[in-house]
Design a protein around this ligand. Structure first.
Ligand code: 5GP
Length: 207
């Protein structure tokens, strides 16, 4: 079997529940989850090193200079980036790694890792999306509006993704199982099974 793990990029509008879906994929199916660095301030209940590594802008820029990220982007006035070391280590161990990142970062990943799977998660409607963002109660109206504007921009990037999964209200398990099914199917692609195929061919030849 292919020894290298796979990268699964999950993007989606803010408030769509992609963070919850990613955590559930870890619990239910044993995926590894990359923890990003950000210059955004922690929300209530967020813990440094668990949700994010919270950095100052200077610390973040320093990490960029030292090639510490496999991708990074700016999102609503803050920087977000995927630390390189964890991802490379997990992939080398053969683990499938989830990156929960926005659309610019996703494109950077696809360039560097053409085999990465790009999945876009959406709510079932724009109204539902806004309700979820407002209902979360963690953001000011101003931030909610900025995130809705950003959602309009992000919607234009959806065609860059390979899969579109809807996270319906109250149906998280369905969404999680659908993502896992996509990854499992992808894993069975002939080109990813190269080693197994060669082994089978060799065995047949030597019989
Ligand atoms: P939030 O502030 O709501 O936690 O995240 C805002 C956005 O940043 C989300 O769309 C999230 O997916 C994205 N994001 C989180 N971590 C990263 C990262 O490491 N890289 C990039 N490019 N985006 C990220």
């Amino acid at each position: 079997m292919n020894k290298q793990g796979m990268l699964i990029v999950i993007s989606g509008f803010s408030g769509v529940g992609k963070g919850t879906a990613a955590k559930r994929l870890v619990e239910k199916y044993g995926y590894s989850l990359s923890i990003s660095a950000t210059t955004r301030a922690p929300r209530e209940g967020e813990v440094d090193g668990r949700e994010y590594y919270f950095k100052t802008v200077d610390e973040f820029r320093n990490l960029i200079d030292y090639n510490g990220f496999i991708e990074y982007a700016q999102y609503v006035e803050n920087y977000y980036g995927t630390p390189r070391a964890y991802v490379e280590k997990e992939l080398a161990l053969g683990h499938n790694v989830i990156l929960e990142i926005e659309v610019e970062g996703a494109l950077q990943i696809k360039e560097q890792y053409p085999e990465a799977i790009l999945i876009f998660i959406s709510a079932s409607s724009a109204i539902e999306l806004k309700d979820r963002l407002t209902g979360r109660g963690t953001e000011s109206i101003e931030v909610v509006n900025k995130r809705m504007n950003r959602a309009r921009e992000e919607a234009e990037s959806i065609p860059n993704y390979e899969y579109f999964v809807i996270n319906r209200d109250g149906a998280l398990e369905e969404c999680v199982d659908e993502i896992h099914a996509i990854v499992t199917a992808r894993r069975k692609e002939i080109r990813l099974w190269n080693d197994d195929i060669i082994k089978m061919q060799n065995e047949l030849m030597s019989m």
